[in-house]
Design a protein. Sequence first.
Lengths: 349, 349
Amino acid sequence: MDHSSPHTRKKNAVTIIDVARESGVSYSTVSRVLSGFEYVSDDTRERVLAVAKRLGYVANLQARSLAGGRSNVVGVLVPGLDNGYIIEVTRGIDEELNRQGYSLMLYTTHQQHGKETQFVSAIANGLCDGLLLVVPVVPDDYLDVLQQRKFPYVLVDQADSTRRHNSICSTNWQGAYDATQHLINLGHRQIGIITGRMDLSSGIERLEGYKSALATHDIALDERLIYPGDFFQPTGYTGGHHLLGLPTPPTAIFAGNDLMAFGVLQAAGERGVRVPDDLSVVGFDDIPYSVMMHPRLTTVRQLLDEMGRVAVQMLLKHIEQPESTPHHITLDTQLIVRESSAPPRHLKK
Amino acid sequence: MDHSSPHTRKKNAVTIIDVARESGVSYSTVSRVLSGFEYVSDDTRERVLAVAKRLGYVANLQARSLAGGRSNVVGVLVPGLDNGYIIEVTRGIDEELNRQGYSLMLYTTHQQHGKETQFVSAIANGLCDGLLLVVPVVPDDYLDVLQQRKFPYVLVDQADSTRRHNSICSTNWQGAYDATQHLINLGHRQIGIITGRMDLSSGIERLEGYKSALATHDIALDERLIYPGDFFQPTGYTGGHHLLGLPTPPTAIFAGNDLMAFGVLQAAGERGVRVPDDLSVVGFDDIPYSVMMHPRLTTVRQLLDEMGRVAVQMLLKHIEQPESTPHHITLDTQLIVRESSAPPRHLKK
DNA sequence: TTGAAAGCGCTAACAT
DNA sequence: ATGTTAGCGCTTTCAA
């Protein structure tokens, strides 16, 4: 009786039944001991636990989950792994999940919207106890599915104006306002911006913050100084070249995030434009690499890992109490002034 | 009959039974249509598929997996998300997995060895069809478990001298040799090194490559120029400070990876040591940020994402043929010369 | 406090 | 080509 099917691999694992046999109790008692704190005598509990340990028993998550229990797995939906910002958030998520005894199932959508919907459905009737959405949620379609099924989820880095969902984000508007005002206070008047993705609330809000700061200080908005970016390094690079090639180039550039700011630094370097002497650059996020740049990048710090951690806490709370009303948390941002920003040349003494 | 248990959430998903009822066939026929290309008439197949689509049916992975089928999930074990190198490999893994219709379950061990063993057991009798180990596998303990169960796995970035396991890695020795020789050819004689972790084959081999290059060119090994690092930025930083603070500091430093090289650049900057004029720096990996540094980093390029992709291909092949003998693949490295390395000062004209 | 038994949704023999 | 049935390992009633 050898392996007839190709699925021999899913075999001979130590199961709850083995433990039951060894410890001389019924197999549901073992289940009780293992999964809960039901009414089991201390005596049998200890015995079962000892046997389980001796046999090296490890629960089969899928069986547990199928049978209606918790799987202790949380799904995380991200657009991709190619942005330092995502990494930081995910790192925070991972750490907290770990601390709480959960595993992490990572789904990358690669920006394919159909895929997202499919993923979400799969996740909702799958292994996961909850879902963390770190993706741009444009249409509400799959959120409805989640709501219907009362499946716990949290929108991460999303400003949910409807307050229908659990969500968390940073003060993007304020951060951008602070960054822009910092440049204005230094004496800059020609301030360019490379925006983030405009289908993300963070992208929109940062542009708004920039505009508001200009308005507050009576600086006319110059559309030519607004370059549409996408939060990735290459558009920072091309945007930097574009802005610096203008007839009257800006003396400062606010990049929608650090990665694009790096692109600006590179473009400036290639054009012989010196930072911060000839050009001030400010980013957003404060990813770890920002402090390794030369010059070190002035930026708006977001507690990205903290955002991940808090998101996990929100989710787990929601898993405990599926009926609780949606919450929203906003994390403060903080301007970190380093060497990439300085007064414009004409103001230097 | 309302929600008595807290597990109401795992309900009312469209199942294979609903599809069967709607399309007027038995429920195993639906299974056949959905999971395989068995002998089903084109007629029923189309009908079932149509109904499934209309009802928004999504397979329940855990049930499928429990019942002995494929889950199309691959587990990836990584030490953590805090190293650019891991990210790149994981990105490659993710992309290829995605391309092949697999999902990715991410486990981070956070360097706790007990955890690793536990994870591996859980994974082996769990949802995953296979496992990718991107972690330092010091003792063979859990690999034995995998072997016993004939559970498919691949060691990523591990030189497996025993050839007992499927594995893939880069030419670490050669890469380090090339890097060191490059510095020697530029005229450097005092060449420091900040090593990687010595419990990783990559760390060991890179140090060996460095030593061999020195030996080949009749340069005496100076133990004082060897600083033990760990592949993270901070040790590059402290190591850089240490080496540059030596009575006769090196004129060049080979860092075991880019992240540590960034630390060296930072330390040099703080000490007023100019790169490459006063100090040449070479890294290893060529992570995306290396080209964003100032000066741009000379480094040894590893095709990290490619490594991830190939690892996935190996794994899937092994999942298809669990009895196949272990393979090992070695990927070439390539020296990328940029601006952080130059002849030492005394050789400049 | 414990045991027996009914599924969770699915796959894979085994029939037909 | 399709239907029937027995589990996969576990949780959770229901009885005892």
